[in-house]
Design a protein around this ligand. Structure first.
Ligand code: TXA
Ligand code: MG
Length: 351
């Protein structure tokens, strides 16, 4: 992860306490985390949580992650906390890891979409931590999904959030404040591990991310399983098929397909915005962003790049698939969801 440098954009302590005050009164505040920016509300105020759903245009039965300060009392939020949770917390909190645990009985089910579990994360970002320490004396929980409209690309800068909620940020709008920080240094959403049904399923990796399944398995001393399909799987919006999508159709291709596919698109008079890694500039596309061949660097720039390529208003965003190994699991997962129906899109464009 990148170190946090001094940044004049960082909020002052006065702005932090103002933001905490807004949250305590039931308002929404967007804030930076090390993964992506979140749209926060008081997790114990169901009306405030409902306004997150309204703002995002997200179905109310999708659970949201509750963010806690490092000093918060986890047993206030979750019950029957297994040893596995303590091990993962010792290794990875604060940081980009969300744990699904059994929800304590008095916690409103608005945050978990009516399920008996709760998703909890302790972010490492200094602004997120300052906000959590100031909110309800450091013992509150901030429910926060990524600060984007439902199904769209997650924001990694304060400007992305302002672009996303341009209407909701008006004086009478639902989003009262955007706390700014640097570009989120991880760049993709937290890894999610479900520990709520250990006896039946073992630890389940619900969403891959910066913390890899190999790192998790090393701490737990056992492999994680993939989510089972079927009604027992908890609803997780990050696990829907089409998600994290730009407006322009996005197609993922293998490196060897780049020349032939660009040729076909040109012959069909289609314009292309191109996302590559370790590839020299090309002149047969309207826009190209070339990213690192290192997974963490690539992830850091991924969402900002998709937003920029989307603005080129090309007929298609073509993404050259990154290497196929465990380090890239989180990136592949996001690309797959953003692409959705690659083959069908391509066939329609070049027919
Ligand atoms: O990195 C992140 O996790 C960011 C930052 C803001 O912390 N947040 C984020 O939130 O990605 P969101 O709402 O966009 O995605 C949260 C994911 C969803 O897939 C949601 O369904 C899942 O977490 N989730 C939350 N609580 C859950 C629960 N009780 N059971 C199963 N999945 C849960
Ligand atoms: Mg999201």
């Amino acid at each position: 992860m990148r170190p946090h440098l001094f940044n004049p954009m960082m909020p002052t302590s006065l702005q932090i306490s103002h933001a905490a005050d807004i949250l305590e009164k039931g308002g929404l505040v967007a804030f930076p985390t090390e993964t992506v920016y979140g749209l926060g509300a008081d997790a114990e105020n169901p009306a405030a949580v409902a306004s997150i759903y309204a703002t995002k245009g997200r179905p109310a039965n999708h659970p949201v992650i509750v963010h806690l300060s490092p000093e918060a009392d986890l047993s206030y939020w979750a019950k029957d906390i297994p040893d596995e949770a303590h091990k993962l917390i010792a290794a990875f909190w604060p940081g980009p890891l969300t744990l699904i645990l059994k929800r304590a009985d008095h916690i409103p089910d608005a945050v978990s979409g009516g399920q008996d579990t709760i998703g909890i994360r302790c972010p490492s970002h200094p602004v997120a931590q300052a906000l959590l320490r100031s909110f309800k004396g450091g013992q509150g929980g901030i429910a926060a999904p990524s600060a984007n409209k439902f199904g769209r690309v997650s924001p990694t800068t304060a400007q992305h959030v302002r672009d996303e909620f341009i209407h909701e940020l008006k004086p009478n709008g639902l989003v009262k404040m955007v706390l700014a920080g640097e570009q989120s240094e991880v760049g993709i959403e937290s890894t999610i591990v479900d520990l709520s049904r250990l006896a039946a399923h073992g630890p389940v990796l619900l969403r891959p991310g910066h913390i890899t399944s190999g790192q998790l398995a090393a701490v737990l001393g056992r492999k994680l399983t993939a989510p089972a399909t079927g009604h027992e799987t908890p609803r997780a919006s990050g696990t829907l098929e089409a998600h994290y999508a730009p407006h322009t159709p996005l197609v993922v291709i293998q490196p060897a397909q780049l020349d032939p596919v660009l040729g076909q698109l040109q012959r069909a008079n289609r314009t292309t915005a191109l996302l590559t890694y370790a590839t020299p500039p090309r002149n047969d596309c309207v826009s190209q962003i070339d990213l690192s061949e290192q997974a963490t660097e690539y992830a850091y720039e991924l969402y900002a790049s998709l937003r920029k390529l989307d603005m080129a208003a090309a007929d298609v965003i073509l993404v050259v698939a990154p290497p196929d190994n465990a380090d890239w699991h989180g990136v592949h997962d996001r690309l797959k969801r953003a692409a959705h129906d690659s083959l069908g899109v391509l066939a329609r464009l070049i027919k």
